[in-house]
Design a protein around this ligand. Sequence first.
Ligand code: ZN
Length: 421
Amino acid sequence: MHELMTELFPICRSITGDGMRQTFEILAKQLPIEINEVATGTPVFDWTVPREWNIRDAYVKDLSGRRVVDFQRSNLHVTSYSVPVHGRFSLAELKEHVFTLPEQPDLIPYRTSYYAERWAFCMSERQLASLQDAEYEVCIDSALEDGSLTYAEVLLPGLVPEEVLISAHACHPSLANDNLSGVVLAAFLAKHLTRRQRRYSYRFLFIPGTIGSITWLARNERQVAMIRHGLVVACVGDCGAFTYKRSRRGNAEIDRAVALALRDSGAPHRVVDFSPFGYDERQYCSPGFDLPIGCFSRTPHGEFAEYHTSADNLDFVRPEELAGSLSMVVRIVDILEGDRRYKNLSPKGEPQLGRRGLYPSVGGKAANVEQLAILWLLNLSDGRHSLIDVAERSRLPFAFIRRAAEALASHDLLELLDDER
Ligand code: ZN
């Protein structure tokens, strides 16, 4: 995952443009990816697909011709969607077009101006302070023209057409945790799922933030009805504890599955309520859709000091944290895939388990986890409770509950209910 991230990191991405296309071409080497282009000017709900932005070069040169700010050294140096400019400016004039972080004087900020036409440079406070009061040649060789918005989609069909949606924003330039970490997690989850049997169909979206999810929703309004569960994945490579933000519904199956996966893992974590601020869950959970989609992160956006700065780099994101995040999402998928309802076929009194080898013949000892799982399942399998219900109420790990259900079914004590899932 870190290797793939290292390959993607140098590319200058924005909400549109060739950086997104290059990113998706790299993902396409590993995944059955479909790349979509949506023309500038296309109406998408209350929005319009913007003009396409591309950039070749940018710099600030002193009078000796030396680049004192160089886009080739960091693509964060230019505010995303900067309009082209070329001319001579005094330091005072240039400063009108500079963003810095005075409180983090060595870091370059990441800034965008998608929907207001302007040009600006981003640099460290120290870099700005080192500029002499002189004249500078300023150039941003960019283009803001009619073109298209590019997003990528991977669909892995399952036994049923109902879908699990995994969405990652891929519109940031050289920033690692936000959100190449989410992009590579989604890509590796897709690779993992291609190799295993799937009950659900899985749809992966690699999109520009906000305008991308709005565009996808506008073009796929009918497909939306097939989404049963979903996750937005972002900021999953730092060393912070897991954070899950619930869907707007708050008690959707995905919300409960994530909480169980986190609980069962024993990993430090917190689960927080939905709020209409953050990533694309804002769009998926807008009232016109209200989809069961939460947001899975480690340290959430804005809560780590490296957020939206040049310090969110390949050293900040660690391979072992990426791997831990992927394992956790696989646990979540295991719960979604494994959740079923059963009916107890011997509901009058407990069935005699010892006779079937399901209960120890020596009495007097405290029940172990397997026995407790069996007793809870037999008791709650009245056709109304799912395995998630049993795991929550018994406080036993979901994996034990599921294994015990399979054992009881193989002894004809439980019957798997045919349900729509
Ligand atoms: Zn961001």
